[in-house]
Design a binder for this molecule. Structure first.
Ligand code: BG6
Length: 504
């Protein structure tokens, strides 16, 4: 996608709202350390954490050091000089997101830091905070002049983490709120799946090769399966999950973004609006479903107790902070039709779930079988369809399955596979998605971020499902055992069409 990695980053002050939160620990500061290590952070650039609880710069630097030690690729303990250099970029601002005074003080603190470090005043604000804090933060930023007007010589940008609303109405309100303070080009709505190397490779694979794109349509493709499976459960996030569910947590964003990249038309240019125009067209082409169709073409599930990787695990209802009669979805399957010239009649099946047998995200494209059973006289009545598997994670790679003749006198077929593995070919560990996305935001490249209309059209479809599900409560939850591939109804959804889910 965009070539931000070849571009020197501009000097910037990065403010992390939620400086002592989980995301800052696990992802943001480790990613920034990595950017520093690779020389992508311009001299002087500073990172200011906004937090209610951390007492001093020193305390935050120590907390971040252990966070990077635990979650980062490059360990501070083995690179002390490098860490010390990076740590000198870190500052904490203690404040309350609801208090305008904290924001006026933040402005003063940033000016001080910027003067000391010779920074021009470019600012990147990262909202790594729960939805309830977003509104006061945006309002206070607007009221305390923390945001440079978009025509000024320095820039201010904001990165907004998911969840981006919990339905269409709330996503629209959030967009309204953001646009009362920022212009659209200043807003970077993040979906970290777009920053994954293998996700970016979907377009390179399709559009950078002559072989595949001519086949990429309803004439040759039978159906597409998108799987986002996780072996983990809700990992102490019971309260969050009770309010969210897998459809909002994974399908509305990550899975639909993957679908967009697989299904979109080639953009007219490789630039933010051209790419996002095509993604929006895909979302707009998803055929709206009636209540009956939603009940027929979606499956919701919830895991009960079971075992994952041989270890016994509790059911969802036994997780902390989960209602013991909860009807929340931890699994969702959805059959969609994209009604345009390229895809009419080719179903897209999405499934996502927690506590499935393994962690795997992949896109499987199944091609049509040959028009005649050419080897019938040898008893081969039907050949396995060819399939192309784009493995997003883990074991990143691409596999092509096709039939081959078994050696010997008999005409027997075996499905074989050509397999490309990133790790074998490129060796080095891939950068984390947040590294790429932070750098793109610093460089002002929004290709891998979601535009307002994209979010809203995705929510239109998902909200229709959520409404139908709410009006028709499930009677069978929990309906899959932890460590299995989901509810029986999901198997039936495919079987009805004479197909099967792939076993990754
Ligand atoms: C997050 C979800 O967006 O993505 C989590 O909130 C999920 O529930 C995570 O576990 C998965 O991300 P990844 O990069 O590990 O596939």
């Amino acid at each position: 996608m965009a070539t931000a990695r070849n571009v020197a980053a501009t000097p910037v002050t990065i403010v992390i709202f939620g400086g002592s939160g989980d995301l800052a620990h696990r992802k943001l500061v480790p990613a920034l350390f990595e950017l520093h290590r690779e020389g992508y952070l311009a001299a002087g650039s500073a990172v200011v954490g906004f937090s209610r609880s951390v007492a001093s710069d020193e305390a935050w630097r120590l907390a971040m050091k252990s966070a990077v030690e635990e979650f980062g690729r490059c360990k501070p303990s083995q690179n002390t000089g490098l860490w010390d250099e990076f740590a000198s970029r870190l500052f904490i601002h203690r404040g309350d997101v609801a208090a305008p005074k904290s924001f006026t003080e933040l402005g003063e603190r940033m000016r001080e830091i910027e003067t000391q470090r010779g920074l021009p005043g470019n600012r990147l604000y990262y909202l790594a905070i729960p939805p309830s804090s977003i509104e006061p933060v945006i309002r206070n930023m607007g009221e305390t002049a923390l945001v440079a007007p978009s025509e000024s010589s320095v820039w201010s940008r904001v990165i907004v983490e998911k969840p981006f609303g919990h339905d269409l109405g709330s996503a629209r309100s959030l967009n309204e709120l953001l646009s009362s303070v920022f212009r659209e080009r200043q807003i970077f709505r993040i979906d970290h799946y777009l920053g994954k190397e293998t996700t970016q490779n979907i377009l390179v694979f399709r559009l950078g090769n002559g072989l595949f794109e001519p086949l990429w349509n309803r004439r040759y493709i039978d159906h597409v399966q998108i799987t986002v499976a996780e072996a983990i459960g809700v990992e102490g996030r019971g309260k969050f999950f009770e309010e969210t569910g897998i459809l909002r947590d994974i399908v509305q964003n990550h899975a639909l973004q993957l679908l967009c990249l697989v299904a979109m038309e080639p953009p007219v240019a490789f630039e933010p609006n051209a790419v996002r125009d095509e993604k929006v067209k895909v979302l707009r082409s998803i055929r709206p479903q009636t209540t009956e169709e939603i009940l027929r073409d979606t499956v919701r599930g919830q895991y009960g107790p079971g075992a994952v990787g041989g270890v016994a695990v509790p059911g969802y209802r036994q997780e902390p902070n989960v209602d013991e009669a909860s009807l929340r979805d931890t699994y969702a399957a959805w059959k969609l039709q994209i009604e345009n010239w390229r895809w009419a009649g080719v179903p897209f099946y999405i499934r996502a779930g927690k506590r499935l047998p393994k962690r795997v995200t992949e896109i499987a494209i199944t091609f049509k079988t040959p028009p005649i059973a050419f080897f019938r006289k040898f008893g081969v009545m039907r050949q396995e369809p060819n399939s192309l598997i784009l493995r997003i994670q883990p074991d990143e790679g691409i596999a092509l399955r096709f039939g081959a003749k078994q050696p010997g006198a008999a005409m027997k077929f075996d499905p074989v596979k050509m397999d490309f593995r990133y790790s074998e070919y490129f060796g080095a560990h891939a950068p984390d998605a947040y590294e790429r996305l932070l750098l793109d935001a610093i460089n002002g490249d929004s290709t891998l971020f979601m535009r307002r209309d994209e979010i809203e059209v995705a929510w239109e479809h998902v909200t229709a499902v959520l409404d139908t599900w709410r009006e028709n409560p499930p009677l069978d939850m929990p309906n899959y055992e932890a460590g299995t591939w989901g509810p029986e109804a999901a198997v039936a959804l495919m079987a009805r069409d004479g197909r099967n889910w792939r076993r990754p």
